[in-house]
Design a protein around this ligand. Structure first.
Ligand code: ZN
Length: 222
């Protein structure tokens, strides 16, 4: 299996590091004096990891959607894709096993969707926080929905919880994982071993949801 090295960046570092860029290119960061032979050998040893990572990145590139809010386009909600219909009528945006957008509001579609997602995110996430908090006897100060692109949740030192509205596009298990993660911070503020044990107690299968989030976060961009 031939592995193409797209770029070698040499610097005053001690070890080799391999990086796969979002467009699936392989970049090798190497110490100034590392021989090309040594670099090639290391890359060959890591070939399975490289191929796997490149496959993931290529898939991500294909998945990135340009939204035009046209008839038939699909939108994520709780991990499922729902079809958009553009209809006549005064109601800007509604949902009933699919999205209905009024044609006179098409130029406002992005805002309408974001507002709809924010409202649903607040309802669903509040409900999940309350459920898990009651189950584990935890109490928080407040819940806020944020506009963050990638920071899915946070827990302040004053026990105020924040969640990004974009999470509402993810499957419920993934939302629950982020909820549990932030609730676990009510007990342990850092990401120590003790913290992850707490997460595991609250959600034994959390790893699969964390993995989903790592591999699919690009689907939640809006
Ligand atoms: Zn955390």
């Amino acid at each position: 299996m031939e592995i193409k090295i797209d770029k070698i960046i040499r610097s005053r570092r001690r070890t080799l590091a391999l990086q796969i860029t979002p467009d699936a290119r392989l970049i090798v960061r190497a110490p100034k004096r590392a021989s090309l032979d040594y670099i090639k050998k290391t890359v060959f040893k890591k070939r399975l990891w490289i191929k796997e990572k490149q496959k993931i990145m290529q898939k991500r590139c294909q998945d990135i959607v340009v939204r035009e809010f046209k008839e038939g386009e699909e939108f994520l909600y709780l991990g499922n894709q729902y079809r958009l219909s553009v209809v006549e009528g005064a109601r800007p945006l509604s949902f009933d096993d699919g999205f209905k957008l009024s044609d006179i509001y098409r130029n406002k579609a992005k805002e309408l969707f974001a507002d709809w997602y924010k409202k649903k995110a607040f309802e669903k996430i509040s409900e999940r926080v309350q459920w898990y908090a009651a189950l584990f006897g935890l109490s928080h100060k407040s819940i806020k929905i944020t506009d963050a692109q990638k920071r899915w949740g946070s827990c302040s030192v004053e026990d105020k919880l924040c969640f990004s509205w974009r999470l509402i596009m993810a499957p419920l298990g993934v939302i629950d994982y982020v909820v549990v993660h932030e609730l676990a911070h009510l007990k342990v503020k850092n990401h120590s071993k003790k913290f992850w044990t707490q997460v595991e107690v609250m959600m034994p299968d959390y790893k699969q949801h964390l993995k989903w989030l790592k591999n699919n976060d690009h689907l939640l961009s809006f």
